[in-house]
Design a protein around this ligand. Structure first.
Ligand code: 13P
Length: 246
């Protein structure tokens, strides 16, 4: 059974004291459900945040260990402030910062070699969905950045399907659209590896997920949780999304 996960991607929001207050408030709300809760704050704030009940990760990292890479952070640096996981390939990194499938593959390899967990993000832009080519687009993202992994490495990986047209737009994928893609993703993993491997991979949905639609999305058999943007900045909304697994 894939692990149930609800993760908050705070993006470039909040300041240090807001970040502290949000984590403290979330810790007080923590649930008894079997759901792993994660937060991805701006990495500047990570060292100051409690990591007792919520797993803290970085929104981005570079594949090299150290050196002349102005503005980047390494996995070793992320670990040194208590981050244990990182996002790879968020659509904003891909579209605004030019991250390619090839560069993301290097990040995947760097994470594996450093024993650093990751959530690999994939998802198609609107024009691809409108052209009916979303399956081949997402499959290519996985093939070019992830499917070189060994069976052992693929086991327990976390993938987030975030259709670009649903991110920050208020236009959530319907539970049917989400389930269809998640089911495809799991079947590609089963074809590439085997069914037992596919069944260990958590596939999260992201894109305008909120308290009003989380329950329906999380009830889909192949949706193992969510990667939440805007709604993760509000403690009541985020807790309500976590509790949607009830
Ligand atoms: P929103 O929930 O704000 O649409 O963002 C989703 C996202 O990009 C999470 O990584």
């Amino acid at each position: 059974m894939p692990k149930k996960i609800v993760a908050g991607n705070w993006k470039m929001n909040l300041n240090a004291s807001d970040a502290n207050a949000l984590i403290s408030a979330l810790e007080k709300k923590q649930n008894t459900l079997d759901v792993e809760v994660m937060a991805f704050p701006p990495s500047l704030f990570i060292s100051g945040l409690s990591k007792e009940k919520i797993r803290i990760g970085v929104q981005n990292f570079y594949s090299k260990d150290k050196g002349a890479y102005t503005g980047e952070i390494s996995i070793l640096q992320a670990k040194s402030v208590g981050a244990s996981i990182g996002l790879i390939g968020h659509s904003e990194r891909r579209s605004l910062f030019g991250e390619t499938n090839e560069l993301l593959k290097d990040k995947v390899d760097a994470a594996l070699s450093q024993g650093f967990s990751f959530i690999f993000c994939c998802g198609e832009p609107l024009e691809v969905r409108e052209a009916g080519k979303e399956n081949e687009f997402v499959k290519k993202q996985l093939e070019e950045s992830l499917f070189h992994l060994s069976e052992e490495e693929m086991k327990g990986c976390v993938i987030a399907y975030e259709p670009v047209w649903a991110i920050g737009t208020g236009r959530t994928a319907t539970s049917e659209q989400a389930e269809n893609m998640h089911k495809e993703i799991r079947s590609w993993i089963a074809e590439e590896y085997k069914k037992e491997v596919a069944e260990t991979v958590s596939i999260l949905y992201g894109g305008s997920c909120k308290p009003s639609n989380a329950r329906e999305l999380f009830a889909c058999p192949n949706v193992d949780g969510g990667l939440i943007g805007g709604a993760s900045l509000n403690v009541e909304d985020f807790s309500s999304i976590i509790n949607s697994f009830e």
